[in-house]
Every structure is written in C-alpha cells, then in structure tokens.
Design a protein around this ligand. Structure first.
Ligand code: AMP
Length: 290
C-alpha cells in the first residue's frame, strides 16, 4: 500500500498501481473511495466493494474544510491516521491519498462547483454551502484520480444524488456506485460522528433507526402516504427527550421533490430522510423505498 501526501506522489502511485495490474493481465481499472477518515465498517464495506470490482483500490482521507459551516465541527472532527491506515491495509487498499489542506487548496480558489436544485432541500437547507464544498472537492478528487468507479454510501443519500448529477452534467467518465448503509448491531447507522455521543445520547439516538425500521409495517396500512409516514417518524423521534429534529422529509429519489402525496405503488422511489441533533451532535439517517 502506497501512502501519498502530495499530488505528485499520488500520480506516481496510481501509475505504478495500474502498471502492476496490467502486468498481471488486469485492465488497470481504478476504484476510488472518498472519505474524511476516522474509518469504520461502513467505509470498510466501500473498500471491499471497490476491491471486488477494480484492479487498483484508492482511498482518499481528507477532512474538507469547504464543506463545513463556520459553526460546524471542522476543527474537532475526529482524526486517527494510524488506525485508518491499518484498516485500509487490512481491506487490501493499494493507494491512500492523505493530503494536507495546503495540498488540496494551495491558494485561495476562485472556482466552486455548485449543483442547483438538488442541494436546496434537506441537508442543503440546514447546511448552507455544504454541497458546494462537497461537489468542489469531489470534482477535484475525480480529476486527480481519474477513477473508473467511485463508491459512496447511501447513508448520505442526498450526496449520492448530487454527485451523480454533477458527474452526468460535467461528463466525468467515472461510474458512481451507491452502497448500502452499515449499522451497529443495535441499528444505529455507523458514522465517524457517533464518537461524540454521550452514553445517554447514544442510547436515545437508537430512536432514529427504530423509527425508520417501523416504516415497512406502516407501509402495509391502507391510505398511507409520504406525509403520514413522515408524521409517524416525527412522532416516534419525539419519544426521545434529547432528540432535536433538524428535518424529517419525504421526498422522491433521486429528484428530491416533495412527496407528501406519495403512495405505495406510485412507481417513484420514496426517500424518507432525517437529520436530528443529540446535544451538539447532528446525525443523519434515511430509508429508501424503491
Ligand atoms: P465520510 O467519511 O463520513 O465523509 O464518509 C465517506 C463515505 O463513506 C461516504 O460515501 C459515506 O456515505 C460513506 N459512509 C459513511 N457512513 C456509512 C455507513 N454507515 N455505511 C455505508 N457507507 C457509509
């Protein structure tokens, strides 16, 4: 496994990885897993999928300041490079790119990639500028790695929709591969931010997966709609005293249009998406009904 911290090292490492792969008779295809580090089994599952489908598995670890708001957790975002590298190695990663902020943004940039429409609701509404930061850094990573496939978790369903739209609009040749959300044994969606939770918050945060887990049962009720599913989720979350709802929405997927009138059998996938704060920690989760 080669660990690159500069763009030159990254280019050399990718070239070496592709050459070795083609020497073994492979196609030299590159699968990229972009992350902010503090890796958990959710990230590992993306690396495993990439390992299955590509000759060269590349991982980026970069806490991207552009996607954090001024009052968000950029400075205290958890970091543990050594642990991350051990996980990357265990999953058979070939190239890890861990740049400093000065490598990714050596000078004030005057270019922002901004996806309209899809970024105005859900996390885009509560985190102004967040998806501009995501789209900008992901396009830089796509240019730097020129991957054949890039792996993203559906835990960030809106991010998947935004990245797909950007990829199509700007003719990136990469194929975006959405991957399922991995959960702790008790149901909590895995997230680097879960370490912020106090034991009491951690216990109450289970209400999120519990609410989403009840959706399948509610779907069987006559007359159920997107709006009613949303209300039931809000009511369930309301049973946890520490939960402060940022949003709970029922929207179409991947278009993210309001879907209060949605009914089972409509033929349109429904996304039930939520963001809820426990203390200072904002957690997101969702359920896609296809
Ligand atoms: P992050 O480091 O949180 O920015 O996440 C990097 C990638 O891992 C994103 O594509 C996330 O959607 C994905 N990811 C985060 N948590 C999970 C999870 N619990 N299951 C699957 N993928 C995840």
């Amino acid at each position: 496994m080669i660990v690159a911290t500069t763009i030159e090292q990254l280019r050399d490492a990718l070239a070496a990885g592709k050459k070795a792969a083609t020497g073994r008779g492979g196609k030299g295809e590159v699968g990229l897993v972009p992350t902010m580090g503090y890796l958990h089994e959710g990230h590992a599952s993306l690396l495993q999928r990439a390992r299955l489908e590509n000759d060269v598995v590349a991982l980026s670890i970069f806490v991207n300041p552009l996607q954090f708001g001024p009052n968000e957790d950029f400075a205290r975002y958890p970091r543990d490079a050594e642990r991350d590298l051990a996980i990357a190695r265990k999953e058979g990663t070939d190239v890890v790119f861990m740049p400093d902020v000065t490598v990714m943004y050596p000078r004030p940039s005057q270019t922002t990639v901004s996806v309209s429409g899809l970024t105005e609701s859900l996390c885009g509404a509560s985190r102004p500028g967040h998806f501009d930061g995501v789209a900008t850094v992901v396009s830089k990573l796509f240019h730097l790695f020129d991957p054949d496939r890039a792996y993203f978790g559906m835990k960030d369903a809106q991010q998947v929709a935004v990245v797909r739209q950007m990829t199509d609009d700007l003719n990136f040749r990469v194929r975006i591969v959405p991957c399922p959300t991995l959960r702790e044994p008790d149901g909590l969606a895995m997230s680097s931010r879960n370490v912020y939770l106090s034991p009491e918050e951690r216990e109450q945060a289970l209400v999120l997966s519990r609410a989403l887990g009840r959706v399948d049962g509610w779907l069987a009720e006559p007359g159920i709609t997107g709006a009613r599913l949303r209300e039931r989720i809000v009511d369930t979350i309301g049973t946890a005293p520490l939960a402060v709802v940022d949003y709970v929405e029922a929207v179409t997927y991947p278009g993210l249009l309001p879907a209060g009138d949605w009914q089972p059998g409509d033929g349109t996938p429904l996304l039930l998406a939520l963001a809820v704060k426990f203390g200072r920690t904002r957690l997101i989760d969702n359920k896609l009904i296809e």
